[in-house]
Design a protein around this ligand. Structure first.
Ligand code: DAH
Length: 338
């Protein structure tokens, strides 16, 4: 019987040592130590032993039982430790790996052009001003010397919110809002959204303008020409030529439109400038005395220059964009090029 116990010990220790996981170990525990297990079986046979042998056999049986239990514990610990090591290895953080960079957005081309243009004037001492997008007819038209029967007030051009209230069709109403709350000298630049019932390759119902207003004693048309020439050469490059053409705006007198030598062909003539060599980029003029009257400025003492330009148009010219709608479709394939 002793021999049998030794055999059990040897085979138990071998198989336990070879057990691969906790489930297999549990099976072995049941097999060797369980109520119907191999050792219990042998111990039941103890009754058949001659009584004088029993203490010795019993002692061996207990030793074997203890040895098997110890082996099970040891193996269990070893398996747990190696599992822990394996999962730690699987989760290991490599702190030397480069981090994932967050996706970086950038400014929309229209915003960028608006800021670049505004910055040029800010450097010259102009302040940025703003007014409401939903504007009264008074500020958008009347106070700018644009009477009720003027073609610019045509229903086809203007979005009406309700009688007397419109979506501003230009940034010029901010001229009046600034003059009402400021005494001269005034030097402001007004970037902002404007709205018109208009849509084709070069018009969008919402677009951006930048308005400029300079009022002081002794401001002349020469100042207007000098200021705009300086802006144009800073923005489009020092060799860009400017051309002033007489024009009409209700709120300026005299009024002009300004052309620059074509940014694509430098004036030789191409598709972009329709072979004229010139591109029209803004409207301007000397503030109309009637506008000063609305602002309560004395037009005998003060004179002023004003101008307004379309931001998308300039963005399209500088980046050779063929349709204004590319700017507002939010197609990343387009926007990522800037
Ligand atoms: N408000 C005009 C427009 O939207 C642009 C303009 C022209 C603004 C002449 C001015 C100006 O301030 O003096 O077409």
């Amino acid at each position: 019987m002793k021999q049998k116990l030794e055999e059990i010990r040897a085979s138990a220790l071998d198989t336990i040592h070879a057990a691969a996981d906790l489930a297999e170990l549990e099976q072995l525990r049941v097999k060797f130590l369980g109520r119907k297990g191999v050792l219990t079986d042998v111990l039941r046979g103890l009754a058949q032993c001659p009584p004088e042998d029993r203490p010795a056999v019993g002692k061996v049986a207990n030793e074997v039982k203890q040895a098997v239990a110890d082996a099970l514990d040891a193996r269990k610990e070893a398996i747990a430790a190696s599992q822990e090591a394996a999962s730690a290895a699987a989760e290991r953080l490599d702190l030397s790996l480069p981090g994932r960079r967050p996706l970086r957005g950038h400014k929309h081309p229209v915003m960028r052009v608006a800021e670049e243009i505004s910055d040029i004037f800010v450097q010259l001492g102009f302040q940025i001003a703003a007014g409401p997008d939903v504007e009264t007819e008074y500020y958008n038209f009347d106070s700018l010397n644009t009477p009720a029967n003027h073609p610019a007030r045509d229903l086809h051009d203007t979005f009406f919110v309700k009688p007397g209230v419109v979506l501003r069709t230009h940034t010029s109403p901010v001229q009046m809002r600034v003059m009402e709350r400021t005494q001269p000298p005034v030097a402001v630049i007004v970037p902002g959204r404007v709205y018109r019932v208009d849509q084709d390759a070069s018009h969008s119902p919402m677009f951006y303008q930048i308005e400029g207003l300079l009022v002081d004693k002794g401001i002349s048309f020469a100042d207007l020409k000098g200021l705009l020439r300086l802006f144009i050469q800073r923005y489009f490059g020092p060799t860009t030529k400017t051309r002033f053409r007489p024009h009409y705006f209700p709120f300026t007198e005299p009024s002009a439109e300004v052309d620059i030598s074509c940014t694509v062909c430098s004036g030789k003539g191409c598709r972009v400038c329709k072979h004229s060599g010139w591109l029209e980029i803004l409207g301007c003029g000397m503030v109309h005395p009637e506008v000063f009257r609305y602002a309560n400025y004395d037009s005998e003492t003060y004179t002023g220059l004003a101008f307004g330009l379309g931001v998308e148009r300039i963005a399209m010219l500088t980046h050779a964009i063929s349709s204004i709608h590319y700017l507002y479709e939010n197609d990343l394939r387009f926007l990522e090029q800037f």
